[in-house]
Design a protein around this ligand. Structure first.
Ligand code: URA
Length: 247
């Protein structure tokens, strides 16, 4: 039998919500313990013995593998802990044991960041062999001409070697510059910024809008959602990973 714990902690650990969001769920009367609505924040429960539900749904089983899609805002570091005490992406997602970001987005880059507690999936997604396509929209100074676009498409020489061929196009013109759509099959540090700087168009703003079949659609800045079983299956097919028996 486990020790009774504060309800908000149990909900956060089960991946239902961040600690603060869990408190809001409780105070708004959406959480029940053994059939009774509990709205007091200090309430303790035993996750092994009590029937804890949110909106009528039982908590996920411990050990359940999750994949989370986060719309990362600017001003957050992609790491589990920052020694300098800056805000990290972990502040925006539920406190699930083992949850970690897959790859990274720079402090000032926004957009789709995936997080999981499944090490196998992390390895597969970040492995260059799988060539999972990531789509970026970069607001750059100036408008890349046909020659600059051809260089991006063919591969650009950076200090750590040539980049793989990428898809590149000018999406639209904006004041003083343009928005470039770049599709990359690799994920080196600051790759988009370095590639565009190398062809004479420094990046002013960067957003990642998709990773493989997953997109930012419907996610507001700072919001997250659990990727559905169907989408995980589609991702696993894209990665050519074997299907997983349902858990
Ligand atoms: N490329 C970059 O330059 N920055 C990011 O955050 C992601 C890709």
């Amino acid at each position: 039998m486990s020790e009774p714990e504060r309800l908000q902690r149990i909900l956060a650990r089960a991946g239902v919500a961040s600690r603060r969001a869990a408190e809001a769920l409780i105070t708004s009367g959406r959480v029940t313990v053994n059939g009774a609505i509990v709205q007091a924040l200090g309430t303790r429960a035993d996750p092994d013995r009590d029937d804890i539900r949110v909106d009528g749904a039982a908590l996920p089983e411990p050990g359940h593998r999750v994949l989370i899609a986060l719309h990362k805002p600017a001003g957050y570091v992609t790491t589990r802990h920052d020694e300098r005490g800056r805000r990290t992406v972990m502040d925006l997602v539920p406190a699930i044991p083992g949850l970690h970001p897959i790859g990274r987005l720079d402090f000032d880059t926004t957009g789709l960041l995936l997080l999981t507690n499944d090490g196998e999936l992390t390895l597969a997604i970040t492995h260059p062999r799988h060539e999972l396509v990531k789509t970026y929209l970069a607001t750059v100074a100036g408008v890349p001409d046909a020659k600059a676009l051809a260089r991006l498409r063919a591969g650009v020489e950076l200090e750590d070697g040539w980049t793989a061929p990428a898809e590149a196009s000018v999406e639209e013109r904006v004041r003083g510059g343009s928005i470039v759509r770049l599709l990359l099959h690799e994920g080196r540090k600051r790759q988009v910024k370095r590639m565009l700087a190398a062809v004479g168009h420094p990046v002013r703003q960067l957003v990642r809008i998709s990773v493989g079949p997953l997109t930012l659609d419907g996610l507001d800045s700072g919001a997250w959602r659990e990727v559905s079983v169907k989408e995980v299956e589609s991702l696993r097919r894209t990665l050519r990973l074997p299907g997983r028996p349902s858990e």
